[in-house]
Design a protein around this ligand. Sequence first.
Ligand code: PLP
Length: 359
Amino acid sequence: MSIPVFRPSYDEREEAAVIRVLRSGWIGLGPITEQFEQQFARQVGTKYAVALNSATSALHIALRLVNVGPGDEVLVPTMTFVSTAMVADYEHAVPVFCDVTSEHLLIDYADAATRKTLKTRAIIPVLYGGRSVPPPPFDVPAIYDCAHAAGGRFDAAGKICCWSFHAVKNLATGDGGMLTTDDEALYQKALRLRWLGIDKSTWSRSGVERKYWWEYHIDQTGYKYHMNDITAALGLVQLEKLDEMQRKRHALVRQYLEELAGVPDLDLPSYDADSSWHLFAIRSQYRNELSLHLQAKGISTGVHYKPIHLYPLYHKHSLPVAEREWQKLLTLPLFADLTSDQVSFIASEVKAGLATLHR
Ligand SMILES: Cc1ncc(COP(=O)(O)O)c(C=O)c1O
């Protein structure tokens, strides 16, 4: 069997948690989702967390929170998944693509500063691979795309952060997301936006003792973006296991770095103890040939990412660093249950593949 790039780490604890919710009779947005929100907020060090069906939804709601509207411009790095930019389209705003630093592929604020205009309403720094990104050096509301960052040590306090629990993420629930903030007004607004603008959740209205339990108010357009208790049950168990899963991830990353050190035509990421290490992305001028060699040996790889300004939907200006670096990028398998023997096998095949390509 081939080695996948990502794989969720589930055991009987997730199975039992889902079965408990199924048997409880309440599977929608309810008490387990609230519990997950509270524990997630505690874990990342914020006052509030709003559970959603994806990070894409979180990013979209975040743009509404900072009042991005038609014609506004949103600065985004090009080295990311398309969600980061496409949420601007949802509000008829314009994503403005910025280049990235060649070292860590994080948004290049010097480049972003040159693209800032009077119409710039927000900036979305992405924690590429889970590496922390500093705040922008200019005064534009920032929304942090933390889709890769669960399990890392990014300081979310005082920021708007959007997290992903998509199937391949460090904390995986199939699909799911979270918006975190310390601002109570933004929190209240996000709660309404995730549930069609309605001011009370069905769960909060469900107590039989409440007067006018059926009544609620709607004064704005919202979305059907909330999480449900089945997803949250998975999330709670994954959250409990996250530190342990991260310890394994970090050990595997250190092993890769040790075993691949000094290999010609190969650039390795520098070790970062605070990163969530969602991705282990190496760089080589022989990327395409190396990926074929690994595939033939039963090792799956990925590319994160082809810069999104290169897709026909968005193509506008050229961004030289991203355009150069992405052609060398190759994501090697990394997940908590990957074994040390598998890392050794992958590292030896990377070396063997590159050695044959040199000849
Ligand atoms: C950088 C980045 N931003 C946003 C997203 C969107 O996350 P989701 O799939 O939870 O909507 C993803 C991943 O899928 C991502 O990798």
